[in-house]
Design a protein around this ligand. Sequence first.
Ligand code: FES
Length: 175
Amino acid sequence: MNNKCIYMTLEEPHLDDLIAIAPEELVARHAQPGRSLVAVLHAIQDELGYVPPAAVAPLARVMNLSRAEVHGVITYYHHFRTQPAAAVTVQLCRAEACRSMGTEALAQHIESHTGCRFDAAHEAGAAVELESVYCLGQCALSPAMMVNGTLHARVTPQKFDAIFAAASKCLEVTA
Ligand code: FES
């Protein structure tokens, strides 16, 4: 299988807008007294969709930590991103309950349908990202997945195709 996704975004990502946000201002807005580093990182990611690397130094300063400590927390938790998510982000649960209900066959279908690979490195502004996750709290309704933050349960290949078609209207096929 080709390693390259066959999709591209129709619109240029607004990375300049995101980069233009002053990291000090961003950190000051979210690093309120009594808030833990993890809570602040969640708040930043909720606002921007990711934690910009430029926020590490002001975070360390304001929270009285070393840069290495802040960086360590960001990289330890898989949830935190250091660049914007793809236009269509598929998170497929590959934990035990979902595995027993065919998530691996579903993963193969998704890779072949999208031309993308699970957990492949992607560049900022990528069109499609496939990410393995481990339990979405829907074990009784497995296999489960999230597409752009929306949870879907009892996913079949046909159901995935319909969900992906709706989510990828903003994309252009390049091959
Ligand atoms: S194991 Fe997949 S949702 Fe829990």
